[in-house]
Write a protein that binds this ligand. Structure first.
Ligand SMILES: *Cc1c(COP(=O)(O)O)cnc(C)c1O
Length: 571
């Protein structure tokens, strides 16, 4: 917070000076990827929130982010030699990175007042512009021990714990912004976790729905009904007794015995969007009667470009970091320098792999990357569906594979998938080098997405609402090879920006037939197109690398995404 804000707004009712008086947009997210060492994120949703705020700083948007401090993080992942995931607490010390603000508010829980404070982390861009992120914390003197633990674990605990966290995030978030003198005109809910903010606004505005709707924006991130946060009304009434008239709440958030956070957000937002064009259509089908727009995700270009490519872009595409659409000029980069930059990024990764695993991977071999949350629908094991075919494609040491990713502590199938990959790695160890790196986080993500040659993505359609790691790969000249789902439907130009695995999503096929075609493409394109081009037709391969920057990175970035939000949702 600086004192240079030239606000003309009068002091608010708490008498605070209006240091924050110009801030108009509050961005609420359960998780936020501020930087690798701050473990307040678990995956794509949190990284997107961080990228949103980083882009807001670049674009000088009057924004503030609200999230939870998650003092014990998500978890730190260790993997045994058998691929058994061991979860360790990822405690961190907020005071090492940020300041505790003096303001203190309370939220109602079980009829008592639980104190909430906030840490402020300033996301500062290279030009010195900044956007604050406020991380809410209930570890406050005077709170009961159990209340002090509410903001400890990201996605930890049971349904009751989650609801308590969402009370702190949604209701606490609105109250802390008021206490700090922010004047918010738009409340953006990044996923339904923060939807209780809309109830708090309703109470503040005499239950005037239209007034609240005018202020709220909701972005949904999942294509499946079952994934939305739902709480039994009985639990809600116990946690927040008398907070809002029961009839009011039930009318707003679904009448089937559950408080559906997505429904609540939908009913109290004037602008709602999905995160790709396809995902907005799916959401429209899940929620008939609502208007669901599309704003396709993007990633923060500077954050997700490795050192070697930053230097390259600095040399040939002046201003790219602030205006990543300029990457459309990528053809001006000479092939030799493109190759040299990639060689540097690949060396960084391979050296890291070799020093941490002893795998003795090779610098010249076609290296395929797969790193993302380890959960069933992402199908990390798909390439092993036909082991003999994979063996024959890779024969003579033609490919090597780098994996990483955490499974949620309660996701047993996700954990089993990690063990399965370890088994294949062992079985194939004399023919294909395969490593699974532990401790996936933002730093490791950047190393992998920039250091491999080919980015493999095999989600089960239509489960991947967007996906963003392929956009990161493209920013580093890494070529996408992906199932047609999420963002790739929009980024894919066959043989130009990469290749598709399987048929377009709108083709009506049985699951079995779809899978058959996916496997056919996966193996055939690897064997007959990708491997030969990588080794023997280098010029064509370099063209696809350049196209990835020129046609993918120039569009699938958070600056383009944020200008969409400004024009469609915030203004
Ligand atoms: C980008 C990123 C993700 C998202 O990856 P997807 O392949 O889009 O699911 C998840 N985790 C981390 C750490 C990331 O950087």
């Amino acid at each position: 917070m600086s004192g240079t804000n030239q606000s003309c707004d009068p002091p608010n009712k708490n008498g605070n000076t209006m240091l924050n008086g110009k801030t108009k947009i509050a961005y609420f997210s359960m998780e936020i990827g501020l930087k690798s060492e701050i473990p307040t994120y678990s995956g794509g949703l949190g990284v997107l929130a961080g990228d949103t705020i980083r882009a807001a700083a670049d674009l000088n948007l009057p924004m503030v982010a609200i999230s939870l401090v998650s003092r014990k993080g998500y978890f730190r992942q260790r993997l045994t030699p058998e691929g058994q995931q061991i979860e360790e607490s990822d405690s961190w010390e907020p005071s090492q990175y940020m300041d505790m603000l003096p303001a203190e508010i309370t939220v109602p829980l079980y009829g008592r007042a639980v104190k909430v404070k906030a840490w402020q982390y300033d996301v500062v861009n290279p030009a010195g512009r900044s956007v604050p992120a406020l991380l809410l914390d209930t570890d406050v003197e005077g709170n009961l021990p159990s209340d002090r633990a509410i903001t400890n674990y990201l996605y930890g605990g049971d349904m009751r714990y989650r609801l308590e966290q969402e009370v702190v995030l949604g209701i606490g978030g609105v109250r802390i912004l008021d206490a700090l003198g922010y004047r918010i005109r738009r409340y953006h809910m990044n996923e339904g976790h923060s939807a209780l903010l809309a109830l708090e606004l309703l109470k503040k505005n005499g239950l005037d729905h239209n007034k609240v709707r005018d202020m709220c924006v909701f972005t949904t991130h999942t294509p499946v009904e079952a994934a939305f946060d739902k709480f039994p009304y009985m639990l809600f009434d116990e946690v927040l007794p008398g907070y809002i008239p029961q009839s009011e709440l039930r009318a707003l958030s679904g009448g089937d015995g559950f408080l559906n956070m997505a429904k609540l957000a939908l009913n109290l937002s004037s602008y709602v969007n999905g995160v790709t064009k396809r995902h907005s259509e799916q959401s429209q089908a899940i929620f008939p009667g609502y208007r669901i727009k599309a704003i396709t995700n993007g990633i923060h270009s500077y954050t997700w470009t490795c050192e070697c490519f930053r230097n390259l872009y600095d040399k040939y595409i002046t201003g790219w970091a602030i205006e990543p659409s300029l990457l459309v000029r990528a053809s001006v980069i000479p092939d030799e320098e493109l190759v040299e930059a990639h060689r540097g990024a690949k060396k960084t990764l391979i050296d890291y792999v070799n020093s941490t695993t002893g795998a003795a991977m090779d610098y010249e071999t076609l290296t395929i990357g797969f790193a993302r949350r380890a959960t069933g629908y992402k199908r990390a094991n798909m390439i092993f569906s036909d082991i003999d075919r994979l063996r024959s494609i890779a024969s003579g040491g033609k490919i090597q594979l780098v994996y990483a990713g955490k499974a949620h502590p309660r996701d047993e199938p996700g954990k089993a998938m990690i063990r399965e990959i370890f088994r294949y790695a062992r079985e194939l160890r004399d023919e294909i080098k395969i490593v699974y790196l532990e401790g996936y986080n933002m730093d490791l993500a950047l190393k992998i997405i920039s250091g491999v040659d080919l980015w493999l993505n095999t989600p089960q359609p239509p489960m991947e609402a967007s996906g963003t790691s392929g956009m990161k790969a493209a920013h580093n000249g890494v070529v996408n090879f992906s199932v047609l789902d999420g963002w790739w439907i929009e980024g894919w130009m066959e043989g130009i920006t990469g290749w598709a695995i399987g048929p377009p999503p709108d083709l009506k096929l049985s699951d079995q037939e779809r899978r058959r075609r996916e496997l056919r493409d996966l193996y055939n394109k690897l064997e007959y197109i990708i491997v030969p081009m990588f080794y023997d037709r280098k010029d064509e391969w370099h063209r696809i690398m350049t196209n990835s920057i020129e046609k993918v990175a120039s569009y699938f970035n958070s600056h383009r995404m944020m200008s969409n939000y400004v024009m469609e949702a915030y203004l």
